[in-house]
Each structure stands twice: as C-alpha cells, then as structure tokens.
Design a protein around this ligand. Structure first.
Ligand code: BG6
Length: 447
C-alpha cells in the first residue's frame, strides 16, 4: 500500500469491541490507519455490544481519533432476531455512504461464541453483499474441533471470504524471511540439509497472562503460540521460496506444503522430546488453583521433505521468562576443522538479520573471535508498521497471503495432535518454574 492510497469503502463491524484484545491490539492499529490518512468518510466502525455503552468509554483517549468514525450497536448476539436490525443498520450506513461498501465482520469474542455468531450472520443473509469474516485464534482446540469449526464456517462463508488472523505472519521480519531467502542466491542455495545442522525457533515472552486467565486457562502455550505463531514461523523458514519473491499469493500454498511435510510430534517421554512448564505465579494470577495449564513448551519437530530430512527443528515458547525474544536460529554445518556459522533471523525486538562470522581478533596472539555481520531495521528504516495494522489493511484490500488458510490450520493441529492426546492422559511432567527464568533454566530444571 502506498503512502497516499485510500482503502475501499468499509463498514467494520466489531463483535467484542469492549474486550481486552480490541483495546490492546485492534483499536490502536485502526487508530494508526486513520491517522495515516488511509481512510475517508466512507469508513465506519460499528461496535457491537450487549450492554449499553457510550463511544467515549469504549474508545479510550489514546485512540480518540476513532471516535468520529465509531458508532455502537447494542444487540443480543444469541438472538437471531437482532441480526435483522443489524442488517437494517448496515443498509442505512451504506445508503449514507452513497456507494457500495464492503462489510467486515470481525469476531473478537471467546471461542465458544464464534460459531453461533457466524451461523446467525449467515442465516440473516449478512454473509452476502461484499461481506468478509475476520477471525481471531484459537481456531479450534484440537484437530477435531478445528475441522468442525472450518466445516461449519464454510456453510455460510466461502474460504475467500474468511480471513484468519495470525499476526506473526504480518510482522515485518516474518514477511521478510521468504523475501530474504528468495532473493539472496547465496542463502537460497545452501538452504537445505546438506548445509544446515539444526534450526531453533524461539517465541519467548517476559509478560505473563496479563489478566487473561479466562482465555488462557483452557488454552495454554501449545494452543496459544505453538499451533499458530510458532508453526507458521517454521513454515516460513522451511517452505520452498517462490520463483517470484513478491508473488505473495503463492505463499500460503507454500506454507501449507511446508506444514503438511512436518511430521506429527513424536511424544516419547523417555527422550524428553516435549517439555512443558508453568510459571510459579500462574495459578494465582489465573485464579485457577490446581491448574495444569502450560505456560512454557519446548518440542522437536522434523520434516519429511527430502530437503530437510535429518534436520532437527526445535520450537520453544514461554511466558514470564527473563526476556522478550522471537527469533529463528539457523545453525550451519561445519567439518572437523571448521567453525560453524549461525544465522539469526530476529523477528523481535531489534528486528533484523545477523550472521555470526569468525575473524582473527587483532593482536599478537592469534585468536579467533566471533563477530556479527548485521542488518538492523532500526538502522535503515524509520518505523515498522505494527503487525495488526498490516492485517487490517490487508483484510480491507482483500489480500489473503498473510492469513492462515483452513488447510494450514488443520495441518498444524495434525502436528500437535499426539501431544494433546498424551497430555490429557498424564500431567506428571509439568515443571513449575520461577518467574523470570531463562528458557534454558526451565529446560534444565527437574519436574
Ligand atoms: C497472542 C497471544 O497471539 O500473541 C498472546 O494470544 C501473546 O498470549 C501475543 O502474548 C504475543 O504477541 P506479540 O506481538 O506481542 O509478540
């Protein structure tokens, strides 16, 4: 999207506008889009709420630029009759615009509320007339429920109307992985098991559950991060680069192929292939005494793609750790007398790419030293768009490449299904770790 480009006429219907996710991610991103001048008078937010609320309380001062663009609509989302009134309201707004506007239904509601709303929208005919459905994860809670969710959704909305958000796909460095690998011949040619020893993917957070106990307790880190952000990062690194690096349309198909090649996790407790932990204050914060929900996961995956056979890939995520760090570390092979190189794709913070080189350190003694060869976004670019801004803009423009398809969702649940099943049977491996631990400390700790 160019600097002066304006988004198409849009009615943005938000179910759950009063919730935490809207406040933390969605409204600030919309505010930024409005401030940047990408929308005109034919853009309106219609916030759906059960309770009587006013615009001032829903749209906080820090996003007040949205107030003139917001209207609220009170309805009982479980009552099919209320959707007729919603239809009338949308028709009125369209008439005011004087042109055909798309309607984006954005569901920021607890998982159990998603399907009933989709059904009610569909039954009321609100799925027609340039309608799109924008959904937040979790997309199901296991393979079977994800399958049902996707099948039920498809009764009312076709796959090209559905936009499933995985905001990690829209992080600048995540988008850059495919471009960087596709456009730098040097890396493209060594991106396989002949040259790569192992790959480590970390999504580490220093924050805890931030008051989201109701969401987190039935979810846990495996569903919250691994199934979505973690496996999508793996897909971006493992996928076959597109011949045209800016052919973003092709990317979801390549991600799907990469995910489909990942083997279901082998759960073998004797090899400690899967580790889970919970931070010490979690139970109290979540108000869930006796909880066995994991806030830390580490697991190994492998691909059956001949290009990646024999390359171990580890995925580690956790909350309340000693650092906030999302990065992919690619370890290159080294022969006996060589030194191994390490490539770090830094998704956040300090977005960029770093290659560890070995050089002679200056001085009379002949010593080797590791130094970074570095590309840092901060040095070269002013501002990185927030991932939520990118997904909202793309949904409005109809670009689906940064969204997860139904096929990708199912492929990722398939990889994790054995873990979910095993964890249901036995919880004795859950480690309790001190807040502020490093991921290594959690891995090294005993149960
Ligand atoms: C969300 C998870 O998808 O991603 C949260 O539900 C997590 O638990 C968040 O904190 C992390 O996103 P970011 O962009 O802050 O790294």
């Amino acid at each position: 999207m160019t600097e002066n480009e304006v988004l198409p006429p849009t009615i943005f219907v938000i179910f759950g506008i009063t919730g935490d996710l809207s406040r933390r991610y969605l409204l600030p991103a919309l505010a930024q889009i409005v401030k940047a001048g990408h929308v005109e008078d034919d853009f309106i937010i219609l916030g759906v709420s059960r309770r009587q609320v006013d615009v001032e309380s829903v749209i906080a001062d820090d996003v007040k630029v949205l107030r003139p663009k917001t209207q609220l609509f009170q309805m009982d989302v479980d009552n099919p009759e209320d959707y007729k009134q919603l239809d009338t309201k949308i028709s009125e707004l369209r008439k005011d615009f004087g042109k055909q506007a798309q309607v984006i239904y954005y569901l920021v509601v607890p998982p159990a509320g998603v399907l009933p709303i989709i059904k009610n929208l569909g039954e009321a005919g609100l799925n027609k007339n340039h309608a799109k459905l924008l959904l937040e994860k979790p997309f199901g809670s296991d393979l079977e429920s994800a399958r049902q969710l996707i099948t039920q959704t498809s009764k009312y909305f076709s796959e090209d109307q559905v936009y499933r958000i995985d905001h990690y796909l829209a992080k600048e460095m995540a988008q850059n992985i495919t471009v960087f690998l596709g456009s730098n011949a040097m890396f493209r040619n060594i991106w396989n098991n002949r040259f790569i020893e192992k790959i480590e993917i970390d999504v580490l957070e220093s924050i805890g559950i931030e008051g989201r106990g109701d969401f987190y307790e039935p979810t846990g880190a495996l569903r919250d991060i691994v199934q979505s952000h973690g496996l999508q990062l793996a897909a971006l690194v493992l996928m076959e680069p597109c011949s045209d690096i800016f052919d973003f349309e092709e990317i979801p198909r390549r991600r799907l192929a990469a995910l489909s090649n990942l083997q279901p996790v082998r759960f073998d407790s004797s090899t400690a292939g899967v580790v889970r932990g919970q931070y010490a204050d979690y139970k109290e914060e979540a108000g869930a005494p006796g909880s066995v929900t994991e806030t830390f996961v580490h697991l190994k995956i492998s691909s059956k793609d001949p290009r990646w056979e024999g390359v171990p890939i580890t995925l580690t995520t956790g909350k309340k750790l000693n650092e906030r760090l999302t990065e992919i570390r690619v370890h290159f092979k080294a022969a006996k007398n060589e030194k191994p190189n390490l490539l770090r794709l830094r998704v956040q913070p300090h977005e960029g790419i770093e290659l560890g080189l070995w050089v002679k350190s200056p001085g009379y003694l002949r010593r080797l030293q590791k130094v970074p060869l570095e590309f840092s976004y901060q040095q070269h670019f002013d501002r990185l768009p927030n991932a939520y801004e990118q997904v909202l803009v793309d949904a409005m423009l109809g670009n689906q490449s940064l969204f997860a398809s139904g096929g990708e969702i199912l492929a990722s649940w398939k990889i994790l299904d054995p873990v979910i099943k095993q964890w249901q049977k036995d919880t004795s491996d859950l480690k309790i770790y001190k807040n502020g631990s490093s991921s290594k400390q959690v891995l090294d700790a005993r149960v």
